[in-house]
Design a protein around this ligand. Structure first.
Ligand SMILES: Cc1cc2nc3c(=O)[nH]c(=O)nc-3n(C[C@H](O)[C@H](O)[C@H](O)COP(=O)(O)OP(=O)(O)OC[C@H]3O[C@@H](n4cnc5c(N)ncnc54)[C@H](O)[C@@H]3O)c2cc1C
Length: 421
């Protein structure tokens, strides 16, 4: 594939480094560590493209999916982690290849509004919010960020808006988040596209299977993102060249090489926790449901972000407003509450009490702590460090590729295309 074709297939992902070992393509036996979306996609793409090669997938827990999981209780359905995807053709290709096209639907057009809660007042986020920063300051900050290694707070010099953006994506405050990792297109990290932006976008648009998503829209799966993991697992289990080992902890790439008697260069590591400079932020997730009459004052929309850390939750997502498919019993609404552990005394009651900040006096009909998730930290300079790193194995996953599912899904495709060369 030439450079133009690569950019048409992968778009701005081409700015991100791909930490693939050059000898991986020579191996007949490939060992993948981590059964999250990265490990599942890498296993599926490699085993499908090279049926003569053996793939072993090692996962430390008793289930596949990593952070992705969908919680069910009666008719209530709530994702613990990712609930939807932004547009990227690699995600659409994966959904089509897994035969999930019927269940892949654009989220509601009516639920686009996002708010930010500042000093107890809700403000709608829109391109006009950027006027609060001032176009001149914004342009200057973006230009300065192109030197590399800037934090998001340096690129978006309005503390509350910058924090709202990073809280919504990585549940961290903006001074702690690498702008190159979050917005490489904005900071011009990596190499530029060989085509003009508009021409490239038009060409990328023409490659979407299933349907062309609207710019800025999101798309989700009927029944939640757990369905994506189930479909990948089903495919892998049907492939005779794939072996899945659950409840198997890999201490390090070297220990995997020793235990399985394989060369280091045949290992693909996709699990977070390998980078010394990278810690984890922990959050708990609550599913909170109301009768719709009790929350009629809460406008229909995508959700609210809360930079004010005196409130124990950083965001409320309007789950049942957003998705095309049903997430509640009739006449009810479901909200997902994100609770960073740094803000919380670990008592469920504190969250219940704080609900009034957003829901007034409405009493929930369902209130459940549905789980805890770790999110890798992406400190300023992270992407530059990753790009310079050299390993004796292949390193994929959201620790190094990007925070969203589109990054890890696309990364697996890029890896296989490199192995074809
Ligand atoms: C709360 C939350 C909300 C999110 N929302 C969105 C969203 O709306 N949109 C979006 O695009 N993305 C979202 N994401 C991000 C998205 O979920 C991730 O990008 C993606 O799922 C990461 O997959 P992964 O396989 O790289 O990592 P993980 O899911 O972390 O998987 C790593 C796997 O490795 C296993 N493992 C770890 N250590 C070892 C070891 N030593 N040996 C063997 N196995 C090991 C783990 O058990 C796990 O299964 C969200 C994430 C979270 C947590």
């Amino acid at each position: 594939m030439d450079e133009v074709e690569d950019w048409i297939r992968h778009g701005a992902e081409m700015r991100r480094p791909l930490l693939a070992h050059f000898e991986l393509k020579n191996h007949q036996h490939i060992t993948i560590v981590g059964g999250g979306l990265s490990g599942l996609c890498a296993a599926y793409r490699i085993a499908d493209r090279f049926p003569e090669r053996q793939v072993v997938l090692i996962e430390k827990s008793s289930r596949l999916g990593g952070v992705i999981e969908t919680w069910h209780k009666g008719e209530w359905i709530c994702d613990l982690a990712v609930n939807a995807s932004r547009p990227h053709p690699s995600m659409w290709r994966l959904v089509e290849d897994l035969g999930l096209q019927e269940a892949w639907k654009a989220s509601s057009d009516k639920a686009k509004s996002r708010w930010i809660l500042m000093n107890g007042v809700k403000h709608k986020l829109s391109p006009l919010s950027l006027l609060k920063i001032g176009p001149f300051s914004l342009r200057k900050a973006i230009k300065n960020s192109r030197k590399g290694g800037a934090s998001v707070s340096q690129v978006i010099p309005h503390r509350a808006i910058a924090d709202a953006m990073t809280l919504g994506i990585v549940n961290d405050t903006s001074e702690n988040v690498d702008a190159d990792f979050l917005f490489p297109g904005l900071t011009k990290f990596g190499s530029d596209a060989p085509l003009k932006k508009r021409k490239l976008s038009a060409k990328i648009d023409s490659t979407y299977p299933i349907f062309l998503p609207k710019k800025g829209s999101i798309t989700s799966l009927d029944g939640g993102m757990g369905a994506l993991v189930d479909a990948l697992q089903e495919q892998l289990e049907s492939m005779s060249n794939v072996e899945i080992l659950l409840n198997t902890v890999a201490d390090s790439p070297t220990s995997v090489a020793e235990t399985f008697k394989v060369p280091l260069s045949s290992i693909i590591w996709t699990a977070p926790g390998l980078l010394e400079h990278q810690n984890t932020n922990w959050i708990s997730i609550f599913a909170v449901g109301f009768h719709q009459n009790d929350v009629k004052d809460v406008p229909f929309g995508y959700g609210v972000l809360i930079p004010d850390d005196s409130i124990p939750f950083s965001g409320v997502l309007h789950e049942s407003d957003v998705h095309h498919s049903k997430r509640t019993p009739d006449d009810h609404r479901l909200f997902r509450i994100m609770v960073p552990h740094g803000r919380w005394d670990m008592e469920d009651q504190s969250i219940q009490q704080a609900l009034s900040v957003y829901f007034g006096n409405a009493k929930p009909v369902i209130f459940e702590n549905i789980g805890t998730r770790g999110i890798p930290q992406f400190k300023p300079g992270h992407m530059a460090r990753v790009a310079k790193s050299r390993y004796d194995f292949t390193y994929l996953g959201w620790s190094v590729s990007g925070v969203s599912i589109t990054h890890v899904v696309d990364e697996a495709e890029r890896l296989v295309e490199l192995m074809e060369c």
